[in-house]
Write a protein that binds this ligand. Structure first.
Ligand code: GLU
Length: 304
């Protein structure tokens, strides 16, 4: 498969959509990003990489980090995780309080904010130095030891993150947070603030395309079964209130973030990361979704 050629064709095809949508502006630091950027990187399980555009520019990965948190939590507590978080699509906004209240503090899945706050809490309980250990994992899995938290973005989000604070309070009220609310929020916002490029992300998602990439000293050891399950949750819950639309149009498990990034995998073959900051009304990158739809259509490679 000539992925480089296909990426060029995709880029031509989706150019007309370049100026549609708008950047996430509810996090002040994200509002300042140049919206007209586009990058994509495919990394195959054979170790080849194919890139186009701004594929080496680092951006705020935001909710994509929830996949790494899930991998770490499953590695640490295994199936006990599911006593505290569900695995069903939410059908509501990623930061909704209503469902959490009705369901008495058990978040629908690990990829909505409530679920990710529980994951952050669990990591704070189990990792000896949560901030450093989390970063070490991301650096190791992406093979880039310069990656870091962007503390300015994290702080900017904390200053305006009233909804996430409300979610954390509701979780605490229902006994589903062990640690201090401020610590959990701080750690959660730090995770979201990590900056990675499409190249870093596609590398970091290889273990979800092929679990054997996770087996190196110091890394998280995911079993084939755990990888399958993480991919299943990406498929059903990875795209806010648009997971059905993404499945229909693209047909790959993946996760998006409000920074405009999307990481996805074609199990056994490749991982792909795409980034363009302008979002649609549901919070997904317009160019990112178009690019991946075109990729799976042109290659006729999808899980369906
Ligand atoms: N830090 C963002 C928030 O909690 C993440 C949102 C996202 O990328 O889905 O609102």
């Amino acid at each position: 498969m000539n992925y480089q050629q296909i990426l060029s064709e995709i880029h031509e095809e989706i150019k007309p959509y370049m100026h549609l949508g708008k950047v996430a502006d509810y996090i002040p630091a994200l509002e300042r990003v140049n919206p007209d950027q586009f990058g994509i990187c495919i990394t195959t399980t054979e170790g080849e990489s194919f890139m186009l555009g701004d594929a080496t520019t680092a951006f705020s990965i935001q909710s994509i980090t929830k996949v790494f948190s899930l991998a770490l939590c499953l590695n640490i507590v295994g199936n006990d995780l599911w006593n505290r978080v569900g695995k069903e699509p939410s059908g509501t906004a990623f930061n909704s309080l209503i469902q959490l209240e009705v369901e008495k503090g058990i978040p629908r899945n690990p990829f909505i904010n409530a679920g990710a706050l529980v994951l952050a809490d669990l990591l704070l309980t189990h990792l000896p130095s949560a901030e450093a250990d989390y970063l070490a994992y991301i650096r190791s899995v992406s093979n880039n030891h310069t990656l870091d938290y962007n503390r300015e973005v994290a702080l900017s989000e904390r200053e305006t993150g009233y909804l996430n604070a409300a979610i954390a309070n509701l979780l605490k009220h229902h006994g589903n947070l062990e640690n201090d609310i401020e610590r959990v929020l701080h750690f959660y916002f730090l995770q979201c603030s990590i900056e990675m490029s499409c190249r870093d992300l596609s590398e970091a998602f290889l273990p979800f395309a092929n679990h054997k990439y996770a087996f190196s000293p110091g890394d998280v050891n995911l079993t084939t079964s755990q990888v399958k399950r993480i991919n299943a949750i990406m498929q059903t819950c990875g795209f806010y209130d648009e997971a059905g639309e993404f499945s229909y149009r693209v047909g790959l498990p993946g996760k998006s973030g409000v920074g405009g990034g999307i990481a996805a995998v074609y199990p056994g073959r490749y991982s792909v990361a795409v980034w363009s900051p302008r979002l649609n009304a549901k919070g997904n990158s317009i160019m990112g979704m178009r690019a991946l739809e075109s990729l799976t259509t042109r290659t006729e490679e999808s899980i369906f």
